[in-house]
Design a protein around this ligand. Sequence first.
Ligand code: HEC
Ligand code: HEC
Length: 142
Amino acid sequence: MVLLGSLPYVARTSPRSVSPSETLRGPDAFAKMADKTARSRALFVEATRVLLHPRCSNCHPAGDSPLQGDRQLMHDPPVQRGSDNDGVVGMQCGTCHQDHNLELARVPGAPKWALAPRKMAWVGRTGSRWKSIRLMSDVCEM
Ligand code: HEC
Ligand code: HEC
């Protein structure tokens, strides 16, 4: 996991599929659910709101290019995944992305900036409660 620390705003903003007024709920909000299975599922679904947030899933696509911003536009300039998920010769992620955010240059950064491997592709895995639960169980099994 590369940069939870450098995207602290993620949990405060909401993914597109969720009403903006709804903030992320902590485990306490689910404590009163008596049915343990239902509670686990509800917690999993809540966690996918972070994983599927555009600013997280931008590096977790199934394709060859990272996405950028809240609208998940194609990365500009165009870059490729490459065999090690960190770009291709001459256009490696680390050429532009340093180990920390460069505020003046407006280039985000974190150590070992790269695309997540394809098996960790989350973009598009939205749409139903069941899909969210499957996503979380895949993440937990990895
Ligand atoms: C700069 C690209 C990038 C961004 C943005 C990013 N990730 Fe990742 N993520 C990665 C990479 C690369 C890996 C694989 C790391 C490894 O194999 O050691 C990864 C792996 C993970 C994993 C492990 C998944 C597994 O199946 O083992 C989790 C969980 C994760 N990221 C969560 C997040 C969350 C939550 C956010 C948003 C706060 C986020 N990522 C944003 C690049 C990114
Ligand atoms: C030629 C320089 C360059 C290279 C190479 C490059 N990037 Fe970027 N990247 C940028 C710049 C500049 C931005 C910020 C664009 C903006 O905000 O307008 C950016 C933004 C991003 C974002 C959006 C972050 C967000 O918060 O929405 C992601 C994700 C990303 N890059 C991933 C990658 C990955 C993965 C690679 C390697 C495969 C890579 N980049 C290679 C210059 C580059």
